[in-house]
Design a protein around this ligand. Structure first.
Ligand SMILES: [Zn+2]
Length: 249
């Protein structure tokens, strides 16, 4: 778990990674929004603000649609390119057009549940001393070779379902980069180094008592919304890695 040298209150977010104001950063439950096309190209548009989450950090991009007057185009994928969020569409829209965006909510909400589960599991496996995590996404966590046993896996499963039962609020706040102390964790140090220099306020996501980490993803409001685990399985990965697969109810 990351440690903060000093707690900071919540501060307004902004386009820290993107000139397209990321509405999903302040409200991950926003399903519809109004925006303007600030750049249009073959098969894509950039909007001045967006609730569409661009693919990042193991969380896939949103899909949905954009309405302009009586016309409707599908949003197939959203990628962050440099400072902008590129919305890849199956039609054409002009620069300056006012649009109403609607995201595919069922898909997004499932992603939010799975991604929040990934946070909770990361914290629980750290507590179970599973060893350094090398990768994680919405269905798996990978660890360096370690003595992670089936017994510890069952402990983690129990801890997970307890946290879901306790319905703990998931908090988001911003902290200055220099106030973050990742200790000797080389993976977290490397991760911090990859964040562009201009970004000095980091968005921290905390499941109090379980996990605290820098993250730009979308999360559910509380652990109760994640739901219980359906499966938690330990398998062998390449080069002796320990791989944990998970699915939710
Ligand atoms: Zn996250």
């Amino acid at each position: 778990m990351l440690k903060l040298n000093r707690e900071r209150g919540a501060e307004p977010s902004g386009g820290r990674f993107s000139t397209s104001v990321p509405l999903y950063a302040d409200d991950s439950y926003l399903r519809e929004f109004d925006a303007r096309v600030v750049r249009a190209g073959p098969g894509f548009v950039v909007l001045d603000r967006t609730a569409f989450y661009p693919e990042s950090g193991g969380q896939p991009s949103d899909t949905g649609r954009l309405r302009h007057g009586s016309r409707m185009v599908g949003v197939l994928k959203v990628l962050r390119r440099g400072a902008d969020a590129f919305h890849y569409i199956d039609g054409a829209l002009q620069e300056g057009a006012a649009v109403h965006g609607v995201i595919d909510w069922d898909k997004r909400f499932l992603n939010m549940r799975r991604h929040s589960a990934e946070h909770l599991l990361s914290g629980l496996f750290e507590r179970a001393e599973a060893g350094p995590k090398t990768y994680s996404d919405l269905t798996r966590l990978e660890f360096k070779p370690s003595d992670l046993t089936e017994d510890r896996l069952r402990q983690v499963e129990e801890g997970f379902n307890e946290a879901v039962e306790a319905d703990i609020l998931i908090r988001t706040h911003y902290t200055a980069r220099e106030e973050l102390d990742v200790g000797g964790d080389e993976r977290k140090r490397a991760f911090l180094r990859k964040i562009p220099r201009g970004i000095d306020m980091l968005r921290m996501v905390e499941i109090p008592g379980y996990d605290l980490t820098f993250c730009l993803g979308t999360h559910v409001r509380s652990t109760g919304e994640i739901g219980r685990l359906a499966e938690l399985e330990l398998v062998k990965g390449k080069k002796g890695r320990r791989v944990v697969l998970f699915t939710l109810d």
